[in-house]
Design a protein around this ligand. Structure first.
Ligand code: NAD
Length: 357
């Protein structure tokens, strides 16, 4: 029986509660489909600071590096807010992303039909649903360029520089085309090629890579137009691939079209397919320990793990279908509850999804 090693990092606040539900569902999927998962738990964030003084202990990073995938909850809380920036729980997040070299960040923006009313665009634009995947380059571009302050013409000046290497663009472009093949075969590359040299270079290389994927449709949009199109006609998109800064902004815009932070999963991958899977939300200290958190973002992150790290398309879809069925039956946590919803807690939501697998 095939076996996978998963590092589990529950973190702080609602992290441990939602992670328990993610594991519950993964256990059920592995039972039904006949594979094994070996879990190794490790600390990150505030809980790690309390135990070791560090938000990302070296042991945690080495456990992650020797795993096939990592499932993380959330970090942070008032208790640690007074610490210096590099000692705060959030430093653990940046540390694990850079420590694992995950260069591709995936944020799906998908609306489940029973939750359509939660979208700020509602039926007017969404029609029968929305299913967009934003693929953001995560370790290059202007966020990692040379920066500084100097004096020019007698006055202070600040600068950041945007640089992309050919290989950095190629690897994210390949990923975009490969992922599009598992979805609706369309890639939209977003840049600012009417102004920026880096964007012209980006576009040239994406076009070059696209020749290896003649079956996938490719189009290009300037980032300002892409931001507008996401609101005017979001259904035109399948996979959006873009650089670090444009992706930062567009992935937030796209995910918020779904209207609910408790539903949003994410994945960050390195070149070998090892991935870090986590809900987009934080540790929600206001509802922690009350069985009120929505675990669906974490459960859907598990679905992404199966698809992207373990190549288990059918098993991944089984989780998404189970989530849809539970929502169709009207079971919802407080944060997504529609008018006639049967409101349930975090634990019960995990049970409900697992029971539908
Ligand atoms: P948050 O995402 O934790 O919470 C924002 C709001 O959404 C709160 O009202 C919360 O109750 C609600 N919410 C979030 N997740 C929910 C869920 N699964 N179910 C139901 N409701 C949910 O953001 P915040 O309040 O700005 O930050 C709280 C802490 O989390 C801070 O310490 C922050 O630094 C940290 N944080 C961590 C991450 C991460 O670990 N990836 C991300 C963002 C914020």
């Amino acid at each position: 029986m095939k076996s996978y090693k998963v590092a589990v990092l529950p973190g702080d606040g609602i992290g441990p509660e939602v992670i328990r539900q993610g594991i519950k569902v993964l256990d059920k999927v592995s039972d039904v489909y006949g594979f094994k998962v070996e879990y190794t738990y490790a600390d990150i964030g505030g809980v790690a600071i309390d135990k070791t003084g560090e938000p990302l202990p070296s042991e945690t990073l080495s456990i992650c590096k020797s795993s096939d995938a990592i499932l993380m909850g959330a970090v942070g809380g008032d208790k640690w807010d007074g610490l210096p920036l590099n000692k705060r729980p959030e430093a653990g997040l940046l540390g694990i992303r850079s420590g694992l070299g995950v260069f591709a960040n995936f944020r799906p923006a998908k609306i489940f039909a029973p939750l359509k009313d939660a979208s700020p665009l509602k039926d007017r634009i969404i029609g029968d649903g929305l299913d967009i995947l934003v693929l953001r380059e995560l370790t290059g571009g202007i966020y990692f360029g040379e920066r500084g302050r100097t004096t020019r013409d007698g006055e202070p000046v600040a600068y950041d520089t945007m640089t992309y290497k050919k290989s950095e663009i190629e690897r994210i472009a390949h990923l975009a085309f490969q992922i599009a093949r598992t979805r609706n075969n369309k890639v939209t590359s977003v840049d600012k090629a009417n102004i920026l040299e880096v964007s012209r270079f980006w576009r040239e290389i994406v076009i070059d890579v696209s020749k290896q994927y003649p079956d996938v449709e490719l189009n290009h949009l300037y980032v300002d137009n892409a931001a507008m199109q996401l609101v005017i006609k979001p259904e035109q998109f399948d996979v959006i691939v873009t650089g670090n800064m444009f992706g930062d902004i567009l992935s937030d815009e796209a995910s918020m079209l779904t209207g609910s932070i408790g539903m949003l999963p994410s994945a960050s991958l390195d070149s070998s397919g090892v991935g870090l899977y986590e809900p987009v939300h934080g540790s929600a200290p206001d509802i922690a320990g009350q069985n009120k958190a929505n675990p669906l973002a974490t459960i859907l992150s598990v679905a992404m793990m199966l698809k992207y790290s373990f190549n288990m398309e059918e098993e991944s879809r089984a989780i998404e279908d189970a989530v849809l069925k539970v929502l169709e039956e009207g079971f919802m946590t407080l944060d997504i509850a529609t008018e006639n919803a049967k409101i349930i807690g975090c634990d019960e939501m995990g049970d409900a999804v697992a029971s539908k697998i």
